[in-house]
Design a protein around this ligand. Structure first.
Ligand code: ATP
Ligand code: MG
Length: 605
């Protein structure tokens, strides 16, 4: 910038100088030309009179002397007396005289060369002489020399040369200045950045191609960086010499053993220490982190400003913020200002709160889903109680309808609360499993009895395909009944009027689990989309099917049933096709060994 301005200033000065020189030369030249012209004109007038009188007196010799003298003293190129017809009577150059004698009279002839020309290149004056008794003649005087200094080629070439040399000099100076000033400007900018707290060598470095100044600056930066690193190493825990080094090493080892990340930064946010856990959590090696700016090494978002304030000592209280990383992990940064070697610094504790966050989100979602599920029966109960209170005419049928709805909704409420409690128990690992020998035949007879009426109401054909010989199962009878009720209840619920529901029980030898009991509950109902086959086992999940919305349910049944199966070392699987029907299969090992697997429930998002 400065170099460009310098070049422009120089060019302007050069142009002004050239213009003023030209103008001076031009005006001087003009005035010299004018003076010369005046001089020649007056000489011509005087000479004309003198020549006429000399010729009239017949003084040819005196005339010729007069011509020669006048030409010499006035520096004339040309000075002659010419007779009509071209004869030269007298001339500044005597060798050019052609008429040797002065005749008494001469004839009049053609008057050529009568043109008087006066211009910047010189003057040529032609005066007519009239000599009484003899005739007419011409006096020609001329001054062909250039008198304008500007008019000479030497002057022009000289001025042009000076201008070219001046411009070339300016260009060379400009290029040299530009290279030098570029380095100085870049170093100046780096110094300004350093004064505002920037310590990163890569940021402060300037391009080596800027010249020697840039190279020297970079070398100095590297030196400073090395010195700072050495100083950091000396002051870092475990590296200081003397009596305290053992303690420092122990502190360093203790920090490394911590499960939470510890990061120390100086006032300009450069990492001075980082423990192993922090390096793992931030997915960077210690070498990558130490000595670099924390905000450059880790994406801190808005937290960068918080840490900057704490490190600079402007924020005195403990500050914390959370950062969600690209892989979904959530890190919590808690930082506090500390004093280190008399200047401000900060310690940052980094913890992985991904699990905690997920648990919080799941709990919030469960509370909102549970609230939503409980609200419907509660609202219904309140509405029908209000209707009962407001009933003026004592219509027993209407009263009975209200009471039935209230009773039904209360049972629904009770079931939801019961299911939720069971879910909570399974999650907490406190659900007790009271195992005993379960006789399966009466259990399935009861199941048939419980659902036959419901099947008849919906005109559904309910069939049971039971084995002739029943094995004995070592299980919790109540829980098993709950699971079977859920499966059969669903089959009847999600099968339209006139459909078919079948229960089939068999035993099978399983290579992994030994002998297993298989209970297949099939229907030709609405079916389930393949992408929802696993989702329906999550808490509160109900299929995204318009036909489901008109059927009451809270989405807890299958989640509970599967957990019960898993508590018994078994599982529930489904195969289903939309609009064709579904088959749920409950697998239970017949060996007594209980399993701890599957005590964690997942929730529908
Ligand atoms: P509840 O908690 O009262 O049992 P629910 O029946 O809706 O409510 P689940 O038994 O857990 O809940 O079933 C979850 C979802 O799976 C149901 O909402 C339904 O969409 C689907 N589903 C379960 N069984 C069947 C079936 N036999 N046919 C079609 N869809 C079914
Ligand atoms: Mg159900």
């Amino acid at each position: 910038m400065a170099a460009t301005l310098g070049l422009m200033l120089g060019a302007v000065l050069l142009v002004v100088l050239a213009a003023s020189s030209f103008w001076t030369l031009y005006t001087a030249s003009s005035s010299i030309t004018a003076a010369r012209r005046d001089h020649i004109t007056s000489t011509s007038v005087l000479l004309t009179q003198a020549v006429e009188s000399q010729l009239a007196a017949g003084e040819l010799t005196a005339l010729r002397r007069l011509i020669t003298e006048t030409a010499r003293t006035n520096g004339l190129d040309e000075c002659r007396v010419v007779l009509p017809g071209g004869g030269i009577l007298a001339d500044a150059d005597p060798s050019r005289v052609t008429v040797m004698r002065l005749a008494a009279q001469w004839p009049e002839g053609q008057l050529d060369e009568l043109e008087t020309t006066i211009n910047e290149h010189g003057a040529r004056l032609v005066s007519e002489l009239s000599i009484p008794g003899r005739g007419t003649a011409r006096l020609i005087i001329g001054d062909g020399r250039r008198h304008a200094p500007w008019g000479t080629w030497q002057v022009r070439a000289g001025l042009g040369g000076i201008a070219v040399i001046g411009l070339s000099g300016l260009l060379i100076t400009y290029r040299w200045m530009r290279t030098r000033l570029r380095a100085l400007t870049a170093v100046g900018e780096a110094l300004t950045a350093a004064s505002t707290g920037e310590r990163c060598v890569d940021v402060l470095r300037v391009d080596d191609s800027f010249g020697a100044a840039a190279t020297a600056w970079n070398a100095m930066l590297d030196e400073c960086h090395d010195l700072r690193r050495q100083a950091d190493l000396v002051t870092a825990p475990g590296n200081s010499g003397g009596a305290g080094s053992g303690i420092d090493r122990e502190i360093r080892n203790a920090c490394d053993a911590l499960w939470m990340g510890v990061v120390m930064i100086d006032s300009s946010m450069h990492v001075t220490y980082v423990n192993g856990a922090a390096a793992v959590l931030l997915s960077k090696s210690r070498e990558e982190l130490e000595g670099t700016s924390l905000s450059l090494a880790v994406q801190l978002g808005d937290g960068a400003e918080v840490i900057k304030g704490v490190a600079a000592g402007t924020l005195r209280r403990r500050e914390s913020f959370e950062v969600r990383l690209g892989d979904g992990a959530v890190l919590r940064f808690a930082c506090r200002a500390v004093r280190s070697n008399g200047s401000s610094a900060a310690i940052i504790i980094v913890t992985d709160v991904t699990q905690q966050k997920a648990a919080d989100e799941a709990r919030n979602s469960l509370v909102s889903q549970a609230t939503h599920e409980l609200r419907t029966p509660l609202t219904n109960i309140r509405l029908y109680i209000d209707a009962l209170i407001d009933q003026q005419d004592d219509d027993p049928a209407a009263r009975l309808k209200c009471i039935n709805v209230i009773s039904e909704e209360s049972r629904r409420l009770e079931r939801i609360v019961g299911d939720m409690l069971s879910v909570a128990e399974i999650e907490a690992g406190t659900m007790s499993v009271n195992r005993g020998d379960v006789r399966l035949e009466p259990l399935f007879q009861e199941l048939r009895a419980d659902y036959e009426a419901q099947a008849q109401d919906k005109e559904i054909s309910l069939t049971f395909d039971l084995p002739p010989k029943w094995p004995t199962l070592f299980a919790d009878r109540d829980k098993l009944t709950l699971a079977l009720h859920n499966l059969l209840g669903n089959a009847l619920k999600y099968t339209p009027v006139g459909g078919r529901v079948g229960v089939m029980v068999e035993t099978q030898a399983d290579p992994a689990k030994g002998d297993v009991l298989l209970v297949h509950v099939s229907d030709n109902g609405i079916g389930i989309r393949p992408e929802e086959h696993e989702l329906i086992f999550e808490q509160f999940y109900r299929a995204k099917d318009n036909r489901i919305s008109s059927i009451t349910g809270s989405g807890l049944g299958l989640a509970l049933a599967r957990q019960i199966a898993r508590q018994h070392g078994g599982d529930i699987t489904v195969s289903s096709e939309l609009d064709k029907g579904s088959t749920f299969t409950l697998v239970l090992p017949l060996s007594a060994a209980p399993s701890a697997a599957g005590t964690t429930l997942s929730r529908a998002a």
